[in-house]
Design a binder for this molecule. Structure first.
Ligand code: PLP
Length: 403
């Protein structure tokens, strides 16, 4: 009885990445959680949520109504303010569409700007974009990096080559700093992407969920003409559980994006909207975005102290250009020890460090012999990155002692 299209989603089921149920029972003090991209254990975030919840309770009458199909005007207005502060761009509330997380935003963009069997181009390893594009019946055109740190130097050049061979590429995703590579793309490569997009009428989706964690403040949007901006409360405010994302696009395009979202969900959960509205009210007063970003930077710094020592074990791990991830490239370690990335993840877990094995960051039909051995670390979920870093070093010491 199940439809073919539902069956087709089994391979790209997000459950493979996020897990079926939230695991609240993880022994927090024992396990160092450097795995899924949660933003967690930041005191000011919890303080803001506690105090804003009280204000939400004063507006419960709004929960007795359906939400708007595009958003909640006071919140859309505040998001415009946020975009203005961060990018300098003037935006009006009609140009903002609120979505169920950034993920839902990408889905609606793919659904609205691509036809079935068109292609979307992105780099691998990456956030599992294939789960989203599969649902929109859009195919993936990918560049698989055997050395992911080369992304910043070649992503645009490869894009040009792909577009020359495939006229069904209708969308490219630029994520900066890139999850999981941690790099911002070189500006000469962005120039190529912009030219190719303009010449071939391809949409550039700026996946900006990590914008507030960037070290290099040059905003990529200033270099790309035909773009749509995708953003979220998940990372910048440390609230992935809110499932609130937003799209900025010209009003004439929002007109098409709106029904693709509204016809499925009517609007975003009103409770999330009310809470987010209060959060933003406070965020401006308390400089919340900066404080979350400072905490992430501090965690990265503490981890980096240890990661530097990994060279001696032939682990390649470049310092990220902001963001919350750290990538370990282990091709050489596999040659030296016979252990692949999944084995090493397991060894890290035995030493109480939870990480994401690289095979989760490649599309399901990737040839296992062609993908690099990588592990992704996230500093979002645990503040104890100094201790976790020590345990990572200890794990490599142990592995090499056995060779
Ligand atoms: C690159 C990238 N884009 C989009 C998302 C989706 O974010 P959201 O939690 O808002 O759905 C994530 C989540 O980790 C991500 O890493």
């Amino acid at each position: 009885m199940v439809s073919e299209r539902a069956k087709n989603l089994i391979e790209s089921d997000y459950t493979k990445f996020f897990g079926r149920f939230i695991d609240d029972s993880v022994a927090k003090d024992k396990m160092y959680d450097l795995s899924v991209g949660n933003i967690n254990r930041i005191k000011i975030v919890n303080d803001v949520l506690q105090s804003t919840l009280k204000n939400v309770m004063k507006k419960t009458s709004l929960l007795t109504k359906y939400p708007g199909t595009q958003g909640y005007k006071p919140l859309n207005e505040k998001i415009c303010n946020l975009i203005k502060i961060e990018t300098g761009k003037d935006v009006n509330p009609e140009e903002i569409l609120l979505t169920n997380g950034g993920v839902d935003g990408i889905y609606n963009i793919a659904y609205s700007f691509c036809n079935p069997n068109d292609y979307c181009y992105y780099a691998l390893p990456s956030f599992p974009y294939w789960s989203i594009t599969d649902k929109a019946e859009v195919r993936s055109s990918v560049v698989v990096y055997n050395n992911p740190f080369r992304y910043k130097e070649t992503f645009g050049t490869v894009f040009r080559q792909k577009v020359e061979k495939n006229d069904k590429i209708k969308m490219v995703i630029l994520n900066e700093p890139h999850n999981p590579i941690g790099a911002s793309i070189n500006r000469d490569q962005v120039k190529i992407i912009n030219e190719v997009c303009n010449e071939n009428n391809i949409l550039c989706v700026l996946d900006e969920v990590y914008r507030s964690f960037k070290i290099n403040k040059d905003w990529i949007g200033n270099h790309v003409d035909n773009n749509i901006l995708l953003d979220s409360f998940s990372k910048r405010f440390g609230m992935p559980g809110l499932r609130l994302g937003f799209i900025h696009a010209p009003e004439k395009e929002i007109e098409y994006l709106r029904p693709s979202f509204a016809n499925q969900a009517v609007g975003v959960n009103m409770f999330s909207l009310l809470l987010a509205n209060e959060v933003l009210e406070n965020a401006f007063k308390l400089n919340l975005v900066q404080k979350v970003s400072d905490e992430i930077k501090e965690r990265q710094k503490n981890l980096d102290k240890h990661m530097k020592k990994l060279k001696k074990y032939d682990v390649i791990s470049e310092q990220p250009d902001g963001g919350m991830y750290r990538l370990m490239l282990l091709n050489k370690v596999k040659e030296n020890t016979g252990l692949n990335a999944t084995d090493i993840c397991e060894r890290l877990k035995q030493n109480n460090v939870k990480t994401v094995p690289g095979n989760k960051l490649f599309i399901y039909n990737s040839n296992p012999n062609k993908i690099p051995e990588i592990i992704r670390l996230s500093v979002g979920g645990d503040e104890r990155t100094d201790e976790a870093g020590e345990l990572i070093i200890k794990t490599f010491e142990e592995i090499y002692a056995e060779v």
